[in-house]
Design a protein around this ligand. Structure first.
Ligand SMILES: [Ca+2]
Length: 909
């Protein structure tokens, strides 16, 4: 994905952070005495309702900021909720417009007197386990957002026992769409500027895109259960339900799509879907909805905790991110990496509607291990259903009988975004990534019909593209790539490592699949000849290179050479070139350089547990800026959340190379506790626990009866494998790896002979509900909101003129490990706050100089930031208290060509 040029330059300047392993001390901890494996089910024994309640997002004060709205969804439809004259939500559906580049509309529920008046306690809770968003005002008002599971219908249930409520109003509306820009690549934008409305005895709605020739478009509509109401059209883009005040009622709303509606009639579908939900009723539907989410969470489990709470924070982000992506991941179209189903910016979108594969892969990768292969299947369908169009275009563009996939692809397979961009127009490797994902869908599900009918034909055609496009050097007898892009970062280069990795990944799989399926025997010799005679990866003695040197101009911020580690799976722990891969990782040019940086996943793959842990923290410090888990980054929304999911999974379990390896990249700190039940390639649900540095056991449930290979987590200590149902010992070994034949449905326990599972006390994992705001140490990242706002304002929140520069990741101990600085006389920084006092926080150092501080336009003091001796951080260099409660502006003006700096402000309420 293309970064804007300025951003790219700035990143190159400031990303000086190196991937240092932090010296986590490991004090001796008591050996663990309990274990949670359930030998009967072959999974961890978890009270999920209690455990997941630890990770509820809780706002203890209302937010009026749409960008901070909490996210609630049902698999196809999502809403972000905030308070603006009652409950306001922007509704989005995964199929509502061309890849959801446009939002569906706004819903507002208001009462007289207002919901948010006359109360003393407030709590809004996103319950991940139930999938619900509940707002409670005192003990007499509760508003619960939920939905019909995996549908285009959601609901708002209100319990309001206040006396004297005189009016309840539900508004559905759109913003002004007359100036709408064509960010959605829509054939006729007028179809999206035209809004129609209805209001009748069944409810009211608004529709857009009704004449879209591709059958996109939708109807946002609502009705009421449990209270009388009247419906009316307010104006050309707003409709209203006036509801008779009642103690208990439910508003059902839908963003019904033409795409998924019979005869593409979204108005009829909206009315049908609303009537259906109303007929089923709130109580039964809530039960359905909770059950759907409970089943979802029952597929897997992770615990990644300790390290003074920071690991727990990463675990919280894991569950929240899983929820957010799944909440919009079951549509006809995939969850888009930016547009998703959670937006609060009306129709405004930062990127087009097209799918950048590099970014989509981040969103979806984790769902293999977390046992939601059906989610990845939705992403794969985008490519498989367009395979005919892609093959036709490959013929047109390359005159090749094969399949090339555009890195940036439209919903219908169009390549406009790729071929019109210098960044992407010569990338070849995307087809392999798409084909490999299809193969992995097969490998995790054992769905041989899918392999035969969908995955293998796609793989074969991508292989045929490469076989036709590779060059052959008769002098050396080697196949090579004459000219392609090493992804977006090096253009028109020889032997892009991504292409060589693509061939080494896909060709052997295609050969093997063609053999097992008994297909294309005539093609196999050529494919094998290419594999056997492919040129080596470009490299020095120490590191892999992104392409044959000399290195081309850098065009984007991707660590291309490290791609062979992940997602191409060509090296990792235990490979002969592991050290070279580690060197390549350590020498990567853009550490954590953008919102889709997958460094932490690669660190985990290389067994660098502390770096994977620190890398996840670094990504959140840099990008998780909102208390709902989301980001203010202008180049992405959901990628860093997906990368986080994959990095955490790969820290706990790896199986990409058909070996089950538990805790390959756990943090070294002895306070770390890891537990999981995750899906391994080949069809095994694998459970294990690691506490105080000790791996207790491995539990393996075989889904399909395949054989696997297991890495001994205790080195060469003797272990045995027990059949959990009979208790019989299947094998005993001291080998560092061993093969395990399994029977479908059976559970196996891998345990040390010296300390078997039976020596642990059996426990059930539980937890208690979160009640407030969480913070990630050393960062400004928070989840949830406390009753009173955080008094700290980071440097990133001030307004600066162009003479200031952001610096981060220097490791000196600055607040959030970042600052702004200037060496320009009269450079101005300022910030407007509400409160009675302010403190200015900066470093002091020998190379720094004077700055002037103004408050509300009046000069306050000249502050000298120079100090002799060691650098001092987070110093309060000036402060003022006792101001009139209200709005004030602090201005900081640099006075010299020495360094002036802002690290943070601290506001007194
Ligand atoms: Ca700072």
């Amino acid at each position: 994905m293309r970064l804007r040029r300025l951003v790219r330059a700035a990143l190159a300047a400031v990303c000086i952070m190196t991937a240092t392993a932090v010296g986590l001390s490991a004090p001796a901890a008591a050996a663990p005495t309990d274990a949670a494996f359930d030998s009967a089910t072959g999974a961890l024994n978890v009270d999920r309702a209690a455990y997941l309640s630890k990770h509820d997002l809780v706002y203890n004060r209302p937010t009026t900021n749409p960008l901070h709205g909490l996210t609630v969804g049902n698999g196809r439809t999502g809403a972000m909720a905030w308070q603006n004259n009652g409950l306001t939500m922007q509704v989005s559906g995964v199929d509502t417009s061309q890849q959801t580049a446009f939002g569906a509309g706004l819903l507002n529920l208001s009462t007289t007197p207002a919901l948010e008046s006359g109360y003393s306690t407030y709590q809004q809770r996103l319950s991940l386990y139930d999938g619900t968003l509940t707002t409670t005002y005192d003990a007499n008002r509760t508003v619960t957002v939920m939905g019909v599971p995996n549908s285009e219908v959601m609901g708002v249930h209100v319990e309001d026992s206040r006396s004297g409520v005189s009016a309840v109003t539900l508004d559905l509306g759109l913003w002004d769409v007359s100036q709408l820009g064509n960010s959605g690549d829509v054939p006729d934008l007028n179809t999206w500027k035209t809004v129609s409305t209805y209001a009748d005895s069944t409810g009211a709605g608004i529709s857009r895109g009704q004449s879209d020739p591709q059958n996109f478009g939708y109807t946002l509509a609502a009705t009421v259960e449990g209270a009388a109401y009247s419906a009316r059209v307010v104006d050309g883009r707003n409709v209203r339900l006036s509801i008779t005040p009642s103690r208990s009622y439910t508003i059902w709303f839908t963003a019904s799509t033409r795409l998924n509606a019979p005869s593409h009639d979204s108005v009829a579908e909206a009315k049908r879907a609303l009537a259906s939900a109303k007929s089923r009723g709130y109580s039964a539907t809530l039960g359905d909805f909770r059950s759907w989410w409970h089943d979802f969470w029952g597929k897997s489990f992770v615990q990644y905790s300790g390290l003074s709470g920071d690991a727990d924070y990463l675990e919280n982000v894991y569950y929240l991110s899983t929820y957010m992506i799944a909440a919009g991941g079951y549509g006809t179209n995939p969850f888009h990496f930016i547009n998703g189903v959670f937006r609060a910016t009306r129709d405004q979108t930062k990127w087009s509607n097209a799918y950048w594969f590099w970014n989509q892969r981040d969103v979806y990768n984790s769902f293999l291990a977390s046992n939601h292969v059906d989610l990845l299947a939705g992403f794969n369908r985008l490519y498989s259903r367009n395979s005919a169009a892609l093959k036709a275009y490959t013929r047109t563009r390359y005159n090749v009988d094969g399949l090339w996939v555009p890195e940036t692809m439209g919903w219908d397979g169009n390549a406009r975004g790729t071929v019109n961009s210098d960044f992407t127009n010569n990338i070849w490797s995307t087809g392999t990534e798409a084909a490999y994902n299809m193969y992995l869908q097969y490998a995790y599900t054992n769905d041989s019909a899918y392999l035969r009918n969908t995955a293998y034909p796609f793989m074969r055609d991508v292989v045929k593209f490469y076989a036709a496009k590779l060059s052959y050097d008769s002098a050396s007898g080697k196949y090579y790539v004459a000219s392609s892009h090493a992804h977006e970062t090096y253009w028109n280069v020889q032997n892009a490592i991504t292409d060589l990795a693509a061939v080494r990944t896909l060709f052997p799989l295609a050969i093997s699949a063609s053999q097992s399926l008994g297909l294309d025997a005539d093609l196999r010799p050529q494919w094998q000849r290419i594999v056997d005679n492919l040129i080596a990866y470009p490299s020095t003695a120490d590191v892999y290179l992104p392409h044959t040197p000399p290195l081309a101009q850098t065009r984007n911020g991707e660590n291309v050479a490290a791609e062979i580690i992940w997602p191409y799976d060509r090296t990792g722990i235990g490979y002969p070139d592991q050290q070279k891969a580690v060197n390549t990782f350590n020498a990567r040019p853009f550490p954590y350089g953008n919102v889709w940086a997958n460094d932490a996943v690669q660190a985990a793959r290389l067994g660098l547990g502390d770096q994977a842990y620190q890398g996840m923290k670094t990504m959140l410090r840099k990008y998780q800026t909102y208390p709902n888990g989301m980001t203010d980054n202008t180049n992405g929304v959901f990628e860093y959340l997906g990368v986080h999911l994959a990095a955490l999974n790969e820290s706990l379990l790896q199986s990409y190379n058909d070996k089950i390896r538990v805790f390959p990249a756990a943090p070294s700190d002895s306070s770390f506790t890891g537990r999981f039940t995750l899906l391994a390639k080949g069809g095994f649900t694998v459970s294990s626990e690691r506490e105080a540095g000790e791996v207790k056991y491995i539990g393996i449930k075989s889904l399909y009866g395949k054989s696997t290979r297991v890495v001994n987590p205790w080195g060469s200590q003797q272990l045995r494998v027990r059949d959990a149902s009979s208790g019989a010992t299947v094998l005993t070994t001291s080998a560092t790896e061993f093969d395990l034949a399994t029977a479908a449905g059976k559970v196996y326990v891998v345990e040390r002979t010296a300390k078997p599972l039976s020596s642990y006390t059996s426990v059930r994992l539980t937890g208690s509900a979160n009640q407030g705001e969480k913070a990630l140490s050393g960062t400004t990242s928070t989840l949830g909101m406390a009753r009173t706002p955080n008094p700290m304002v980071n440097n990133s929140q001030l307004t600066y003129d162009s003479n200031w520069h952001a610096t981060s990741g220097r490791g000196y101990g600055d607040y959030n490990d970042d600052t702004h600085h200037s060496t320009t006389v009269n450079a101005v920084a300022q910030y407007t706050f509400t409160g009675t006092g302010v403190a200015y926080i900066s470093e002091r150092n020998g190379d720094m100089g004077p700055v002037d501080v103004y408050l509300d336009g009046a000069f306050q003091a000249t502050v000298d930031l120079r100090v002799s001796g060691a650098r001092q951080v987070q110093q309060t260099v000036w402060q003022r208290s006792g101001l009139t409660q209200g709005t004030h502006t602090i201005r900081i003006v640099n006075r010299s060509t020495s360094v002036g700096m802002v690290d943070a402000l601290r506001i007194t309420p």
